[in-house]
Design a protein around this ligand. Structure first.
Ligand code: E4P
Length: 216
């Protein structure tokens, strides 16, 4: 299972990379805006800075919502670095763009996926990754994890190679449950990844070992 961090914050990306378990990064326009990045040059420079920190894939989202615009942006984004995966929204023009980009050998991440039907279309178009947003489904009293389970079943039925990238992770239990259900990747805020480290019995046990080591 791959671990991606879902942020455009360079410090957090460095921290996750230093931990040694980071396989990639996902960003989106909201996360970029949160870092105060403005204008095409600054956006591209920020993507390059992210690529220079991590060893794995970096999802960079197109801002256009029409086919021609998405194709033009994708061509520019992939020039930034070999690690760039073009993030395309789940709309009709997006599916067309994923199909065309796949034919050109450009890797894609189909984003804003909330149903199995959408995930099926993304796989048919040849997306490298599909991003079901589980936290946002939970937010509206729907079960995001059922979506992961259903996509896994359908992809396995037909041998689709599109990787399930569980997104909109809100806590460490989301990560654990996605692992149980066979998601290929999770993209998570740093806090939820670090929460996997924690157990009170580890802290109590370590304190005791440190105390007893003084007797040695
Ligand atoms: C996915 O790639 C998105 O960037 C992200 O996971 C959305 O998460 P949110 O619902 O916390 O905004």
């Amino acid at each position: 299972m791959k671990f991606f961090i879902d942020t455009a914050n360079l410090e957090q990306i460095k921290k996750a990379q230093d931990l040694g378990v980071l396989d990639g990064v996902t960003t989106n326009p909201s996360l970029m805006a949160k870092e105060g990045i403005k204008g095409k040059e600054a956006i591209n420079a920020h993507y390059k800075a992210i690529c220079d920190i991590v060893d794995g894939d970096v999802s960079a989202e197109v801002l256009s919502v029409d086919y021609d615009g998405m194709m033009k942006e994708a061509a520019e984004l992939v020039k930034i670095d070999d690690k760039i995966v073009v993030k395309i929204p789940m709309i009709a023009d997006g599916i067309k763009a994923i199909k065309a980009l796949t034919a050109k050998g450009i890797r894609t991440n189909c984003t804003l996926v909330f149903s199995v039907g959408q995930a099926l279309l993304a796989a048919k178009a040849g997306a490298t990754y599909v991003s079901p947003f589980i936290g946002r489904l939970d937010d509206i009293s729907s079960d995001g994890l059922i979506l992961i389970e259903d996509i896994r079943l359908i992809y396995d039925n037909y041998g689709f190679e599109t990787q399930i990238l569980a997104a909109s992770i809100r806590n460490s239990m989301h990560i654990i449950n996605c692992a149980k259900l066979g998601a290929d990747v999770i993209t998570s805020p740093l806090d939820s990844i670090l929460a996997l480290l924690k157990h009170p019995l580890t802290d109590i046990g370590l304190a005791k070992f440190i105390e007893d080591s003084k007797k040695l």
